[in-house]
Design a protein around this ligand. Sequence first.
Ligand code: BTN
Length: 254
Amino acid sequence: MTDLSTERLASALGTRRHEFYAEITSTNDRAQVLLNENAPNGTVIIADSQTRGRGRLGRVWLSPAGSSLMLSYLLRPPVTSIGHVGMIGALAVAETLDAMGIKEVGIKWPNDVQIGKRKVCGVLPEVVWQGDQLIGVILGIGINVRVDFTTSALAETAISLSNVIPQVDRLDLLLQLLHKLDIWSAAAGSTDVFAAWHSRLNMLNAPVNVVSITANTQEMLSGVAQEVTPEGALMIRTPDGGVHRVIAGDIALG
Ligand code: BTN
């Protein structure tokens, strides 16, 4: 029996608006349609496999069917707090993994959830506007549940829950995660979100290599990850004493 099915989800999720797809292009695509159709906050789209899963920075997110928990969650935070949405996703996942007894759970800027120093979850917030009016934010989350990375290029940098705990039921994982998402999304805009997220960052004061990406440029920086600001910008101190503000990009430990 598969651990994710229309029937199991319907009986576990009760009145929460949700949709389940054995296959879809991207749960974030479907979430955008539902957001525009005024679906309630907390609506969740779940898929067993995606044909055009998206990752950060225009990357693809690939995951074999049956191996991950992939979902999109709808929120309508105040416009001043849209920067909190990615933090909410990473925080909710990190707390869910803690509650399952998993050790060494941390967040790598901007919002990768790691076990040890390996990525177990990616978070992709997408903001939906109509002109200058905020419609809402889609919080896309992909958790490696039983992806086998042993022969992949990601063998050293990625991990699945199945590598650290014997059995994971994706429905149980989803229910625990939704509980945390509901709590943290109600707190969007409060300083508690940043404080809780910041306390879980696992790369502060470490030497890092960073690709800093802006609309027109890509710059490589090597230095120490000095701080992350409440707006989510990473501050890098380079050996010449300069401090650089990185809004978007990727880091690798130096
Ligand atoms: C990252 O690059 O780390 C973010 C990955 C986010 C993947 C999830 S899977 C569910 C949702 N739908 C998508 O197309 N992407 C996100």
